[in-house]
Design a protein around this ligand. Structure first.
Ligand code: SF4
Length: 287
């Protein structure tokens, strides 16, 4: 729904590569949605470098929630999923209007990168720990079973043991359903490349491994809570490892990154259909 980015996170080259933020007009987005639904697509996944800023460069006062409302009216659209919601630009009003739309999945991908105020400032994320926590609380107040994904970075220059502990504690307490983690790596022409207080690479690896361990434990616990529940699932395709089964997802799982459920015995199942299924078991949590 847009390309480019005007944020200037100190570690990121994307604004240099992809240029300034440019929203695709609602008319063009709707044309593509109509084309996709005519081909049987049921789920629209909205992707941008910063989805919360959708429309800021367009005339006509349209924002992300307005766009979702327009998409929801297109025949055939059943689910709308929002990825890459930057916490610095996710206002209470936007959250409330977005999740008031029935077809918007109770799911949000919100990359926060860190939870230490000092590190967020050095990353130039323009988001503060208290606000990030408030957003998560509000999202869970909107729907306590909302599925949350985030992305974190470890080993940013200046990350002390104390900053890292804050991050680990936060991951343990916040209970994200899905989490992607990266080790800091200095990119050409970025400000962070010249930062002092570089964290030792072995220590970065250790921090990364421990973070993944904690995140996997939390995500497994969250995933297990689905066992025994009846879920509406969207059938994606035949299983890659068992041609007698299909892979399907609930609203809690974005395609290709959040895992899937395997459906092995149901009559007349085919890709693109919704089914109701009781979750019998969880193999492992996908992160
Ligand atoms: S990390 Fe994301 S928000 Fe920050 S500059 Fe890069 S693309 Fe933009």
């Amino acid at each position: 729904m847009s390309d480019g980015c005007d944020n200037r996170c100190s570690y990121c080259t994307i604004p240099m590569i992809r240029g300034p933020y440019r929203s695709i007009s609602p008319a063009k987005v709707l044309k593509e949605v109509e084309y996709l639904t005519a081909g049987g697509v049921k789920e629209i996944v909205l992707v941008a470098q910063d989805s919360c800023l959708y429309g800021k460069d367009l005339d006509g006062n349209v924002d992300l929630a307005d766009l979702c409302r327009l998409i929801a009216r297109v025949d055939g659209v059943e689910w709308i999923r929002v990825m890459y919601a930057h916490p610095a630009h996710l206002s209470d009003d936007l959250m409330d209007r977005l999740f008031a739309i029935d077809k918007v999945c109770r799911y949000l991908d919100m990359p926060i990168q860190h939870i230490s105020g000092k590190i967020l400032k050095k990353m130039r994320r323009h988001s503060k720990p208290d606000r990030i926590k408030q957003i998560i609380k509000r999202l869970r107040n909107i729907d306590k079973s909302i599925s949350l994904r985030t992305t974190l970075m470890v080993g940013f220059p200046g990350e002390t043991d104390d900053d890292y502990k804050k991050l680990l504690d936060f991951v343990e307490q916040t209970e994200f359903d899905y989490l992607g983690a990266f080790c800091f790596s200095p990119e050409e022409k970025t400000e962070a490349r010249d930062f002092s207080e570089v964290v030792d690479s072995q220590l970065i690896d250790e921090r990364f491994e421990l973070l993944i361990d904690v995140a996997e434990r939390v995500a497994s616990r969250r995933a297990m809570m689905q066992i025994g529940k009846k879920q509406k699932l969207l059938v994606d395709w035949l299983s890659a490892d068992d041609s007698a089964c299909y892979e399907a997802r609930s609203y809690r799982q974005a395609p290709e990154i959040d895992g899937y459920y395997k459906i092995c015995n149901g009559p007349n199942i085919h890709p693109g259909m919704f089914i109701e299924a009781v979750i019998k078991d969880i193999d492992r949590a996908e992160l």
